[in-house]
Design a protein around this ligand. Structure first.
Ligand SMILES: Cc1cc2nc3c(=O)[nH]c(=O)nc-3n(C[C@H](O)[C@H](O)[C@H](O)COP(=O)(O)OP(=O)(O)OC[C@H]3O[C@@H](n4cnc5c(N)ncnc54)[C@H](O)[C@@H]3O)c2cc1C
Length: 527
């Protein structure tokens, strides 16, 4: 059986939009190994529906896209990171079109839709609601024509390897559980999000926070971990995955109704169903709580819209709901909120550099501060393109391939991540318990007491965690580590801002907390 080479020039962990875009940038500089822990097509990128935001329409301006991004970030976006995103976005999208991405058009003109909190119609979509899949297809088609890029599926990266204080490789595990090291000049983490930390999530199974946990264990700084965006409307059918029902449905006029069939959003916000995501998610959480039903849901209602047009505009949502006997044109759709997007992640500068030499990060795993305390809808595919490309440039400039290869006096050493873990509990059982705890105590609405309880319980877990001998065991460890980082950061932020809402501190505290939270080891600081 073919196995990953023991040595390459650049390692890219992750084959979503950020990893693929970085790999394309790196291809001319040396050998690039792109790893995915499942098949290449299993990533958040593949599930992105609504679209990608970019200031390209006749009615739009880059300055307006910037302002909307900063407004969504609730005072915490890094303005420079947001400026880079919106200014470089149009070129990255044009490049995608040149590489064959088929965005939807009317005649020859690109069609732009509008989503909540965008002041202009600026969302490009592809095949209706399959935007991420089409972008992923085009990026892969481009990358796979490049001679030096090789893709490896089902290769799980369990940890980073260090040499002389520098990240110099990774430890990987194949499907059979066999482990080996791969050494390289530099490593880029593009491992995506962490939704699987929560019991309810729109994220695919691969989103277990591996990049953040790995980087943190190796000593890197992580930032803004308390900011997790909860999507208000995930399909809620028992035993089915929480399929995302895009914001664009409400953009097209869908109503939200509670168990008594009342349209409740107007009582929470003047924008009704088009209020910011966190407001809608909290409103639904409140309606669920006060309903006192055993298994409460609220409903998305599109029955007053033209059923044919709805099916044509949202073909993937239409087909998926139909699998559960729900015709979105004529039936009410049961929904609940679910964890959706991590604004925080491995702290990087605007070029993908982390606080560890040799380690870079991009996409949802990274935190440039671009999204601040809350992400503007459809800005994350764009982030993957813009910052994936930037990280690729940085790796190639800072870790150039020189003649003479890899002669090193000191050996490479894997980070001793799991030496303390010796528990015997089943990984699945641990993951289930951790996800339940995260949903209850570090979810949509938080309190100091709930967060302290979560931390107390989490701190007892290391004794139960099994050694990281298999992939699911590693994921259990990563979920544990990520949940603890979210809980610690959320407890330290004594205010509510963006997606972080504390019942005991319901307002902003700009004087103390208009700052990013940064964690390294046991220390947490705001700056
Ligand atoms: C249902 C859904 C809908 C969305 N809709 C939109 C939208 O309309 N517009 C928008 O802008 N954003 C949307 N988002 C968010 C957006 O899709 C993601 O933020 C973005 O795609 C993340 O890209 P990424 O490259 O950082 O990570 P991903 O696309 O998640 O890719 C992560 C990659 O890392 C690999 N990986 C992870 N851990 C390991 C490991 N330990 N070892 C090896 N490989 C590993 C995975 O296998 C995968 O290849 C949506 C997200 C979801 C879940």
């Amino acid at each position: 059986m073919k196995s990953v080479p023991a040595e390459t020039d650049y390692i890219v962990v992750g084959a979503g939009v950020a990893g693929m875009r970085a790999a394309i940038e790196l291809a001319a500089a040396g050998r690039v190994l792109v790893l995915a822990k499942n098949e290449l097509t299993e990533s958040a990128t593949q599930y992105a529906q609504g679209g990608v935001a970019v200031a390209l329409s006749d009615e739009d301006e880059i300055s307006l896209h910037l302002q909307d991004t900063l407004d969504a970030g609730d005072g915490l976006s890094n303005p420079e990171a947001a400026r880079v995103l919106v200014e470089e976005g149009p070129a990255r999208i044009q490049e995608l079109i040149d590489w064959g991405t088929e965005f939807d058009r009317q005649g020859t003109k690109l069609t732009f839709t509008r989503e909540a909190a965008h002041s202009r119609s600026r969302i490009l979509h592809a095949h209706g609601d399959s935007t991420g899949r089409e972008i992923g297809r085009a990026l892969y088609a481009k990358a796979s024509t490049l001679k030096h890029v090789s893709f490896w599926e089902w290769e799980f990266t369990s940890d980073l390897c260090m040499r002389d204080g520098r990240v110099a490789g990774i430890r990987v595990m194949n499907e059979q559980g066999e482990q080996r090291e791969v050494h390289a000049r530099a490593v880029l983490l593009a491992t995506g999000g962490l939704g699987q930390v929560y019991r309810e999530t729109t994220n695919p199974g691969v989103a277990t926070g591996d990049g953040v946990a790995m980087a943190f264990r190796a000593g890197a700084e992580v930032q803004d971990m308390e900011f997790v965006q909860f999507h208000p409307t995930a399909l809620y059918v028992k035993k089915a995955p929480r399929f995302l029902l895009s914001e664009a449905l409400r953009g097209e006029g869908a109503y939200l109704r509670n168990a008594e069939m009342h349209r409740f959003m107007p009582k929470y916000h003047e924008m009704g169903e088009l209020a910011p995501r966190d407001v809608v998610a909290r409103a639904i959480a409140h309606e669920l709580e006060v309903s006192r039903l055993a298994d409460p849901v609220v409903y998305l209602d599109l029955t007053h819209l033209n059923a044919k047009q709805v099916a044509a505009r949202f073909p993937r949502i239409y087909a998926t709901c139909l699998e559960y006997n729900i015709d979105i044109g004529t039936d009410l759709i049961p929904v609940r909120p679910a964890a959706h997007y991590a604004m925080g992640g491995v702290r990087t500068d605007l070029h993908g550099r982390t606080s560890l030499p040799g380690l870079y990060a991009a996409g949802e795993a990274a935190c440039t501060g671009v999204h601040g305390a809350n992400r503007l809808a459809s800005n994350s595919l764009l982030e993957g393109l813009v910052y994936g490309a930037r990280a690729g440039v940085t790796l190639r400039e800072e870790a150039p391939v020189r003649a003479g290869g890899h002669a090193h006096a000191t050996p490479c050493k894997a980070v001793a991540s799991s030496s303390a873990a010796s528990g015997t509990r089943d990984a699945e059982e641990i993951i289930r318990a951790l996800r339940g705890l995260a949903w209850k105590n570090i979810g949509i609405v938080r309190t100091g007491a709930g967060l302290r309880e979560a931390i107390e319980q989490l701190e007892k877990w290391p004794a139960c965690l099994p050694p990281m001998s298999g992939r699911r065991q590693c994921e259990a460890s990563n979920i544990f580590q990520t949940a603890l980082l979210i809980a610690r950061s959320a407890l330290a932020r004594l205010e509510s801002r963006g997606a972080h809402y504390r019942l005991d501190y319901p307002s902003h505290n700009d004087a103390r907390f208009k700052k990013h939270s940064i964690v390294r080891g046991d220390a947490i600081r705001f700056e």
